[in-house]
Design a protein around this ligand. Structure first.
Ligand SMILES: N[C@@H](CCC(=O)N[C@@H](CS)C(=O)NCC(=O)O)C(=O)O
Length: 91
């Protein structure tokens, strides 16, 4: 399953979360500390401390600290299916 290292109020992270939701992708949220000096876990995983960082274990891919690159990757590899663009809940 995809993993998103992120901070809730980070606007770049919000763009990635919105895209994941739009595409109907289940994923794991790894909430990182606001204090960059405390992001040791993220550094261990990706070699840097910026968010958003996406890990795709199935494809052995890590995209670090770049919301545009993550969104492009998601559209390319997970762009089919998803929740559609109706913009409302059909019940
Ligand atoms: N270039 C990055 C910018 C993301 C960014 O600035 N993230 C902040 C949090 S909102 C961060 O973690 N920056 C790492 C740092 O503090 O140096 C992107 O496009 O996603």
């Amino acid at each position: 399953m995809l993993e998103l290292y992120q901070i809730e109020e980070c606007p770049y992270c919000a763009r990635v979360r919105a895209k994941l939701t739009d595409l109907g992708i289940d994923y794991i949220i790894r909430n990182e500390p606001r204090d960059k000096s405390k992001r040791e876990r993220l550094e261990r995983v990706s070699g840097q401390r910026g968010v958003p960082t996406l890990v795709d274990p199935d494809r052995n891919v890590i995209i670090a600290d770049d919301d545009d690159a993550i969104i492009e990757y998601l559209e390319k590899h997970y762009g089919k299916g998803g929740s559609g663009d109706k913009g409302y809940c059909e019940i």
